[in-house]
Write a protein that binds this ligand. Structure first.
Ligand SMILES: CC(C)(COP(=O)(O)OP(=O)(O)OC[C@H]1O[C@@H](n2cnc3c(N)ncnc32)[C@H](O)[C@@H]1OP(=O)(O)O)[C@@H](O)C(=O)NCCC(=O)NCCS
Length: 157
């Protein structure tokens, strides 16, 4: 078993962010704008990456953004950000967003995306991050899939 100082777990940086859709976040039909949702997801993912690495991080890429369902003015949006894998200086963060009507108990998935963040040192150069040790079956699945996604993205360049 590795020493805990040499790695972190997914749960150590899991981030939950809550927003309420206001008229300024919506289109003329009162539906939440995709760009505003991605902005909120980016902030949640940044907090997750910075908590894992203990460093300032910047968004390097946003991939596989899916908008599965719409949300409306007044809905409560909950954003869950979890690290899937730490590479050398970069980390992949999986973000899922859910919407719920104020008086409803049930939330439903509205969007998913994979963000890549790079940790920076004081000079603004890419800087090494601590390893991630996945624990659960789904964490291990995401950990392995992250490497495939990275290889596939590299092939497209
Ligand atoms: C992301 C950034 C720091 C990378 O800097 P760089 O000097 O090109 O760094 P390197 O080529 O040494 O790569 C560093 C890491 O970034 C990753 N990376 C670089 N560009 C990437 C991209 N487009 N997508 C995913 N990962 C990327 C590399 O794979 C590498 O990861 P690793 O160390 O884990 O293997 C730099 O391009 C940057 O500052 N971009 C602007 C970020 C920003 O301002 N974002 C906000 C949106 S405007």
């Amino acid at each position: 078993m590795k020493k805990k100082e040499s790695y972190k777990n997914v749960a150590d940086s899991e981030t939950i962010k809550t927003e309420v859709v206001c008229p300024n976040d919506a289109n003329p039909m009162g539906l939440l704008q995709g760009g505003r949702l991605v902005e909120w997801m980016d902030i949640g993912a940044a907090v997750c990456a910075q908590t894992h690495s203990g460093k300032i991080c910047v968004t390097a890429s946003i991939n596989q953004v899916d908008f599965n369902a719409a949300a409306k003015v007044g809905d409560i949006i909950t954003i869950f950000a979890r690290i899937t894998r730490a590479f050398t200086t970069s980390m992949e963060i999986f973000v899922q967003s859910y919407a719920r009507k104020v008086l409803a108990e049930k939330k439903y998935l509205i969007s998913e995306a994979y963000f890549t963040f790079v940790a920076l040192d004081e000079m603004g150069k890419a800087s090494e991050v601590i390893s991630l040790l996945p624990v659960t079956v789904s964490e291990k699945k995401q950990f392995n899939a992250a490497l495939l996604r990275r290889k596939n993205a590299a092939k497209k360049k």
